[in-house]
Design a protein around this ligand. Structure first.
Ligand SMILES: [Zn+2]
Length: 67
């Protein structure tokens, strides 16, 4: 079974954008619009399963430590 991540799914774009498999999976607020989130555009390779960029890996780590 493949779970596909989608980004920026909203009423005007119900399918959103597919995951870029080489990039960090974290969602970040889009800078170009008022709706939704987009996939982080940094290269992955850090954090759990190497799915995050360096910056978000740190964030995830903090989140985990806070319980
Ligand atoms: Zn990231």
């Amino acid at each position: 079974m493949t779970t596909e991540r989608r980004y920026n799914v909203w009423a005007g774009n119900p399918k959103g954008y597919p995951e870029v498999r080489s990039d960090c999976i974290e969602e970040v607020a889009s800078s170009w619009g008022f709706h939704g989130f987009v996939q982080c555009s940094r290269k992955r390779g850090y954090g759990p399963d190497g799915l995050y960029c360096r910056q978000h890996a740190k964030k995830i780590e903090k989140r985990a430590n806070q319980g």
